[in-house]
Write a protein that binds this ligand. Structure first.
Ligand code: TYD
Ligand code: MG
Length: 457
């Protein structure tokens, strides 16, 4: 018998409660508990039949090995860990307009070359999607095995998946589809969670790979909460800012590959274009020998990336000095400024400080600290950092330069791009030989590193 009741679900973490609450008892978020009407579980679960599985010895499990569907978009395949895994569910999040639908349509067109692909759009009409397909690839025929479906009812979508048996299905987006059995509206936590669970079950059962587009909330998380991240196999974020062409596809969870792997794209007039040499692209507009610029070598997953950090200081006009961080963590900027004033003796208390990572890139790695400090000092002293010098190192609270992971890979990338010298932490305890093609200048402290970078010898 179907009976409905009201429950309260946290939109941040998915915690459920029977009574309304101002604050989530699990994650502590305020005003996050939303009322939802849920039908008794028995009805919602109707379609997942209960079967009793036999237990198995692990050695008896039939191995599928590394079976992956070939995806000719290399940067995308790299983030997935080498290609699309049949039967897996991948969630792609990102700000509106960042290019999720474009990238997935490109993928759909590629994968439909040798198998059926179903693109379910609950947001755009098939005509709009056709226009986009023409725009992305005006020269080639649209593959006949690419199917479109404009539908929001998930039961119907899954019915189409069962009859069409696509190797790849794309649901754009998970927040716009709904299960009619569940009373709460599309996009609610219960809907999103149940929908994802049913799609996950269908993917496993049918072997189709399923890609879900997830909208992102103001806070930057995929809406329809963390629980979604637990259900799916892989979570990717497409990042970048709308005023720059570069887009980074980052994996934050991957059951079938390394996390924090990054693919770099550029939004062009003809869809998302792969960037083969990202370091070169990020340094393309650099003005050499200009004060306030320093080159850092960061790691994005397993890939080293050279980025330009710009610093600008100018005298504060109203009492309280301003600090602005673009592309690096604000608190790390404050820390670096504090170390510069206390340990290096740079006077910044009456200076506004602006720091920017060029290209709209966001770097969360402390290895960029030294370049940030050098860019600021270079601006204050109006002395440029030499054009052939790169800087690597985390800055500690006592002004010491701390070592960073994967130094050899970083050094090789810097050498490849024509840098001849690089400042590294002296404490770098090395398990690998450092590459010979670039000169390393070890420094124990931030002060020593800045002396190398900014004092003419
Ligand atoms: P879209 O893929 O619709 O973003 P999302 O699905 O993440 O919301 O991308 C939309 C933006 O991309 C839009 O502002 C237009 C731009 N765009 C291009 O610059 N070039 C192209 O070839 C296409 C298809 C879109
Ligand atoms: Mg879209």
């Amino acid at each position: 018998m179907a009976k409905s009741r009201t429950q309260y679900t946290c939109k941040e973490c998915g915690k459920t409660a029977v009574k309304p609450m101002g604050r989530c008892p699990q994650c502590g978020a305020w005003n996050s508990m939303q009322a939802e009407t849920v039908e008794r579980r028995a009805r919602a679960r109707r379609s997942t039949k209960r079967t009793v599985e036999k237990h198995l010895r692990l050695i008896e499990v039939e191995g599928h090995g590394e079976e992956r569907l070939n995806l000719p978009i290399d940067e995308f395949a790299r983030v997935l860990g080498g290609g699309v895994v049949p039967g897996s569910v991948v969630l792609i999040g990102g700000d509106p307009g960042i290019g999720k639908s474009t990238l997935l349509l490109q993928m759909a067109m590629q994968m439909a070359q040798d198998g059926r692909v179903l693109y379910v759009s609950a947001e755009e009409s098939p005509q709009q999607i056709k226009l986009r397909a023409r725009r992305i690839d005006a020269d080639n025929e649209i593959p006949p095995d690419l199917y479109m479906l404009s539908e929001t009812d998930l039961d119907a979508i899954m019915e189409h998946m069962r009859t069409l048996e696509p190797r790849l299905a794309i649901i754009d987006s998970i927040q716009t589809v709904h299960l009619p059995d569940i009373e709460s509206g599309a996009g609610s936590i219960v809907q999103v969670r149940e929908s994802a669970q049913q799609l996950q079950a269908l993917a496993k059962q049918s072997g189709a790979a399923v890609f879900l587009v997830g909208h992102v909330t103001k806070e930057g998380a995929i809406a329809g909460p963390r629980v979604l991240e637990h259900i799916v196999d892989t979570v990717l974020y497409l990042e970048g800012d709308l005023y720059h062409a570069y887009r980074l596809l980052r994996s934050v969870k991957n059951r079938f590959g390394a996390t924090s792997e990054v693919g770099v794209f550029e939004m062009s007039a003809m869809g998302m274009r792969e960037v083969d040499n990202p370091s070169e692209a990020f340094l393309a507009e650099r003005v050499v020998n200009a004060p306030g610029s320093a080159i850092a070598v960061t790691m994005e997953g397993t890939r080293p990336l050279l980025v330009e950090v710009q610093g600008l200081t100018s005298p504060t006009s109203f009492g309280h000095p301003r600090r602005t961080a673009n592309g690096i963590d604000f608190n790390r900027l404050l820390l670096t400024i504090a170390v510069l004033s206390r340990r290096v003796g740079l006077r910044l208390s009456d200076q506004d400080v602006f720091v920017n990572v060029v290209g709209g890139l966001r770097v969360n790695e402390p290895a960029i600290d030294l370049a940030v400090a050098a860019a600021i000092s270079s601006s204050v002293r109006d002395v440029p950092v030499p054009a052939d010098l790169a800087l690597i190192g985390e800055v500690g609270l006592s002004g010491e330069l701390r070592t960073v992971a994967q130094l050899p890979a970083r050094l090789r990338e810097a050498a490849k791009l024509g840098f001849r010298r690089v400042v590294i932490p002296k404490s770098a305890r090395l398990t690998e030989e450092l590459p010979q093609e670039i000169e390393t200048l070890p420094a124990r402290s931030l002060q020593a590193a800045l002396k190398i970078a900014l004092d003419k010898s």
